[in-house]
Design a protein around this ligand. Structure first.
Ligand SMILES: *[C@@H]1O[C@H](CO)[C@@H](O)[C@H](O)[C@H]1NC(C)=O
Ligand SMILES: *[C@@H]1O[C@H](CO)[C@@H](O)[C@H](O)[C@H]1NC(C)=O
Ligand SMILES: *[C@@H]1O[C@H](CO)[C@@H](O)[C@H](O)[C@H]1NC(C)=O
Ligand SMILES: *[C@@H]1O[C@H](CO)[C@@H](O)[C@H](O)[C@H]1NC(C)=O
Ligand SMILES: *[C@@H]1O[C@H](CO)[C@@H](O)[C@H](O)[C@H]1NC(C)=O
Ligand SMILES: *[C@@H]1O[C@H](CO)[C@@H](O)[C@H](O)[C@H]1NC(C)=O
Ligand SMILES: *[C@@H]1O[C@H](CO)[C@@H](O)[C@H](O)[C@H]1NC(C)=O
Ligand SMILES: *[C@@H]1O[C@H](CO)[C@@H](O)[C@H](O)[C@H]1NC(C)=O
Ligand SMILES: *[C@@H]1O[C@H](CO)[C@@H](O)[C@H](O)[C@H]1NC(C)=O
Ligand SMILES: *[C@@H]1O[C@H](CO)[C@@H](O)[C@H](O)[C@H]1NC(C)=O
Length: 880
């Protein structure tokens, strides 16, 4: 959220716009031929082609009714009122982390945008849900939907209109990525299904979901313009990518979110092919609103907007928090957007489309019926305080402490337990019998943070048990049940002995206690977060993949002295376990992710067998950092120009990279054990007969213009009776001379110098072949095959198995296998269940850059069914 080197960045960016060149995205890096096409030079300094005009909403898919209502509303609005809908009032200007202006004339209050993807941030009496990257491990659609619904309900109860989540960018290209845990998984299909269910859940609760961060926001270092010692001002990093990788990997889950009806999408801080995401017309106009048919609104990340007219024409619909930098009192929009419409550089249809998209999202989720007054204030937990925190005005009741937790603790506990992955279990070391004579608990990660669960702002420290990463993707804990408390409760119930050592460096005491124990349970962690907070030298992204706070030594000290050592890992992603996982004294290993408020109860449910683990790793755990083949850029690599991050590995991240390079991971993607066992048999392929794939053709309607506006500049002046709030962003102008009012140094630069060709054209436009409905061409979801298999519980207790379906697309540039479906089946001991999953046209297609469409190649295709990405006992040819 820091904003540095702002003035120089703005100028540079505006000039960069002037010289935009129409070069396409690189076609492909073709990773199978590293000798030529993967050379970094293929992507270095890549450019992003212009695409204009910005597609206007057409009400397709599930949006027809919301579109009609939105148009009817927007038709009543004046230009100033439309501008108010699009522009934030400025940082800390209102109660929420972001608010736009209001429309008092119609009794329409300011819309409230609030973090985070795991609960309501910056308030009290809210729940702290497990993180996205943790519930991904449940592979359970109902867990995702329920969590989304409950988070939505909590936001709704606080008066929030837009929940700033879920996250599928970062996808998790590099395991070190600081915010990976806010999203789901580096696999696009797992992420895509998780994001769809979450969006549906949030929106069914009557709150607009904001799927973020669009796109390729894969690291924290240099995500924004910054000042680097010895170098000076550096532009934000450019994630350089080819068209095929973008479609087949990073864009995939966004397409699912759009198909699920996400009301809003947040554009990211970083540049993509050297154009900032929030003014990148190819990303917003062509891909998102064109090809994917996105009907909702694009909101900027906080201070990710770098231009006024350019960002409007490139497809941005709402600027957050509204000011050019925190509390400058100036805006690229607000006053400037009013002026830009008046001077004709932003056509009326474009601002009408912005307002319509915002209001359509509002009606789509039923905000007109669900809205309650905003009853908290992000900037203070006090009951009384300033309504406008930055301006320190309007003192009064700001926090009603509304308890919105309902009975969510139960599903939070259950979701975290269902997301806990059993990685090792020698001779049924787990579940514990509940008769252990002497239980020893080790590790700072088992216990309370001495400062309390919310003692470090935005969870910006690694003290005590880790149940959330750090940054804006957090919420305050109402309480945090520690593992030590929960295990102690358990042991006291059956009358055992329990002792603990939670100083990770107290080797003498650790040795003495481990020697006495019947069972030792060691808690360790590894943390990461958002780049504006540095914890132990980690600027958001992790500096390494090893355990924090002496964790490896702790495990080694315990396991050297106790032959029944159980390790529980709380982490934001993969950690290196090579040093100890094979030690015979380490009898069990659990990955518990970031479980949220019920952490201790959830892990106790698994340890004592009330929950039979069924979760599977949503990422690969490799033996070393270099095994992943991708990493973060920690140092500027392009002088004082934007660092260049070339995604040369193409679609080969996580398991696809390990498979391609024949690297054996410690625990592969999709791996996880149960207290029972399962067998796989009887694969059966049923071929469907969908019609042929028809590229979308024809043209759109002309851009609708809703209402009219006067060119009389006296009508847009600040109202004389306005109670001006300091640094607040308004839609008004303070002079009848537009140039004076804009305060822009080079106001009136001839339009042909910076308005891209076609950008103001509201006439009918050609439709995009791969488009046709929200998410893309609807025929991409035609079912081509249904795959069935029999799964048998061969053990003695009921259990749940995540059955996974992978496909080999067969081409020389394709991964060995890619996940395409899964289901979590609950099966009684000795019984069987039928697995069934569809394979769609999209599932079998590659992105073809020449036709700009999805195409099923002629390479032979195969389907695999099994228990992980590397345990695939069943397979069959797919006869096309
Ligand atoms: C790229 O390399 C492959 C061999 O790895 C070769 O067959 C192909 O002709 C090369 N393509 C170009 C354009 O140089
Ligand atoms: C714009 O929003 C501000 C802040 O809510 C409000 O004070 C103002 O009256 C609104 N202006 C119009 C024209 O509705
Ligand atoms: C209008 O935008 C320009 C940048 O394009 C900025 O310098 C100026 O301060 C803005 N004006 C107002 C009134 O916010
Ligand atoms: C207002 O100004 C715009 C831009 O110069 C122009 O296109 C439009 O025709 C004008 N409208 C009226 C009613 O004068
Ligand atoms: C809290 O954690 C930080 C690292 O995040 C560490 O430097 C500090 O010593 C810890 N403090 C306590 C009291 O544990
Ligand atoms: C990895 O980073 C953590 C957290 O900063 C630190 O505690 C640990 O010592 C580092 N590991 C290595 C091997 O440097
Ligand atoms: C395993 O634990 C026993 C104590 O129970 C110890 O004697 C032995 O050295 C340990 N083995 C390893 C490999 O640490
Ligand atoms: C573990 O150590 C205990 C004594 O502390 C011993 O009774 C038991 O047999 C050992 N188990 C194994 C598998 O070595
Ligand atoms: C129109 O207004 C915008 C916003 O203030 C400004 O950036 C631009 O230079 C103006 N263009 C013309 C042609 O007056
Ligand atoms: C990408 O493919 C198109 C169509 O075949 C071709 O015209 C273009 O030159 C290619 N671009 C690059 C950068 O290879």
């Amino acid at each position: 959220m820091l904003w540095l080197a702002q003035a120089s960045a703005i100028l540079a960016i505006r000039l960069a716009q002037v010289g935009a060149v129409a070069t396409p995205f690189p076609n492909s890096t073709s990773p199978n031929n590293p000798s030529n096409s993967t050379s970094p030079s293929a992507l270095n300094e890549a450019t992003s082609p212009p695409y204009y005009p910005s597609p206007w909403m057409d009400g397709s898919g599930q949006w027809a009714e919301a579109y009609a209502k939105a148009q009817a509303f927007v038709k009543q609005l004046t230009l100033l009122e439309k501008v108010n809908l699009t522009t934030g009032v400025g940082w800390e200007g209102e109660a929420c982390v972001g608010n736009v202006g209001s429309i008092p004339r119609l009794g329409f209050r300011s819309l409230c945008m609030q973090d985070s993807p795991l609960g309501v941030r910056d308030t009290d009496y809210n729940s702290a849900f497990p993180a996205g990257g943790t519930v991904a491990a449940s592979w359970d659609r109902s867990v995702w939907y329920q969590r989304g619904y409950e988070m939505g309900k909590e936001h709704r109860g606080k008066g929030v209109d837009v929940q700033l989540g879920p996250v599928v960018g970062p996808l998790g290209r590099s395991p070190e990525g600081g915010r990976n845990w806010e999203g789901f998984s580096p696999d696009p299909v797992l992420s895509g299904i998780a994001v769809s269910e979450t969006v549906r859940g949030i929106q069914d609760a009557g709150v607009i979901a904001c799927t973020k961060h669009y796109i390729l926001n894969e690291q924290e270092h240099f995500r924004q313009p910054s000042t680097v010692d010895g170098i000076g001002a550096v532009d934000g990093i450019s994630s350089n990518i080819d068209d095929k990788t973008l479609h087949e990997l990073y864009l995939w889950p966004f397409a699912d979110a759009v198909r699920a009806g996400t009301g809003s999408i947040m554009c990211s801080y970083n540049q993509v092919n050297n154009s900032y995401s929030c003014q990148n017309s190819y990303l917003m106009n062509y891909l998102l609103k064109g090809e994917l048919g996105f009907q909702g609104f694009v909101m900027s990340d906080w201070s990710a907007q770098h231009s006024g007219v350019s960002s409007a024409l490139a497809g941005l619909d709402m600027t957050m928090p509204g000011d050019t930098g925190f509390n400058t009192g100036l805006s690229f929009w607000g006053t400037n957007l009013t002026i830009a419409v008046l001077n004709g550089t932003v056509p009326e249809w474009r601002i009408d489309d912005m307002a319509t998209r915002i209001m359509a999202a509002y009606y789509l989720v039923g905000r007109d019926k669900a809205q309650v007054p905003i009853n908290f204030n992000s900037w203070s937990l006090d009951t009384y305080g300033y309504q406008h925190a930055y301006a320190q005005t309007d003192y009064g009741l700001i926090n009603q402490h509304v308890d919105v937790r309902y009975e969510h603790a139960m599903s939070i506990r259950s979701a975290a337990a269902r997301s806990t992955v059993l990685l090792k279990n020698t001779n049924n070391a787990l579940p514990l019998s509940g008769k252990e004579k002497f239980t020893a608990v080790f590790g700072e990660d088992a216990d309370n943070n001495i400062y309390g669960p919310n003692g470090c702002s935005d969870r910006g420290c690694d003290n005590g048990t880790l149940a959330m990463g750090w940054g804006s993707g957090t919420a305050n804990f109402p309480y945090l049940v520690t593992p030590l408390t929960a295990i102690q409760n358990e042991v006291l119930q059956y009358g055992g002995v329990i002792q603990h050592e939670t100083d990770n460096w107290a080797s003498q005491q650790i040795l003495a206690l481990a020697q006495q124990a019947t069972v030792s349970i060691v808690f360790v962690n590894s943390d990461s977060g958002e780049g504006y907070i540095i914890v132990d030298g980690n600027e958001g992204d992790r500096n390494n993949l090893t355990l924090w706070r002496n964790g490896d030594t702790l495990i080694q000290n315990v396991s050297a002295n106790c032959n029944n050592t159980i390790v529980v890992i709380h982490s934001t992603g993969p950690v290196l376990v090579d040093a100890w996982y094979n030690n015979p004294n380490v009898t069990a290993i659990l990955w518990a992710g970031l479980p949220g408020e019920q952490s201790g109860n959830s892990i106790a449910d698994v340890l004592y067998g009330r929950v039979n683990p069924g979760a599977k790793l949503p990422f690969t755990m490799g033996a070393s950092r270099t095994d992943y083949g991708t990493d973060i850029i920690y140092e500027p690599n392009n002088g004082n120009a934007a660092p260049q991050d070339n995604f040369v590995e193409g679609v080969f991240i996580d398991y696809r990279s390990f498979d391609k390079n024949n690297i054996t991971p410690i625990y592969e993607f999709g791996f996880g054990l149960s207290y029972t066992t399962f067998s796989y048999s009887n694969i059966n392929i049923i071929k469907a007969t969908p019609g042929p794939y028809t590229p979308t053709t024809g043209t759109t309607k002309a851009a609708p213009v809703l209402g009219s506006f006067s060119n009389d500049t006296t009508e847009y002046q600040f109202p004389p009776n306005l109670t001006y709030v300091a640094t607040y962003i308004y839609p008004y102008i303070n002079s009848t001379n537009l140039s004076t009012a804009s305060e822009e140094p080079d106001y009136g630069l001839p339009a042909d110098k910076y308005i891209p060709a076609g950008a103001t054209d509201g006439s009918p436009q050609p439709r995009i072949a791969a488009g046709g409905g929200p998410g893309g061409n609807p025929e991409l979801w035609d079912v081509m095959f249904t795959v069935k298999a029999t799964i048998t519980n061969t053990g003695n207790i009921p259990g749940e198995e995540v059955v996974q379906m992978y496909v080999s697309l067969g081409g020389p540039d394709d991964p060995k296998v890619v996940l395409r479906g899964f289901d979590r089946l609950s099966i009684q001991a000795g019984h069987s269940a039928e697995f069934s999953a569809d394979i769609t046209r999209r599932d079998l297609s590659n992105w073809e850059t020449t036709t700009q469409n999805w195409v099923i190649s002629s390479y032979p295709k195969k389907v695999y069914v099994g228990s992980s990405s590397r345990k695939l006992p069943l397979s069959a040819d797919l006869d096309l």
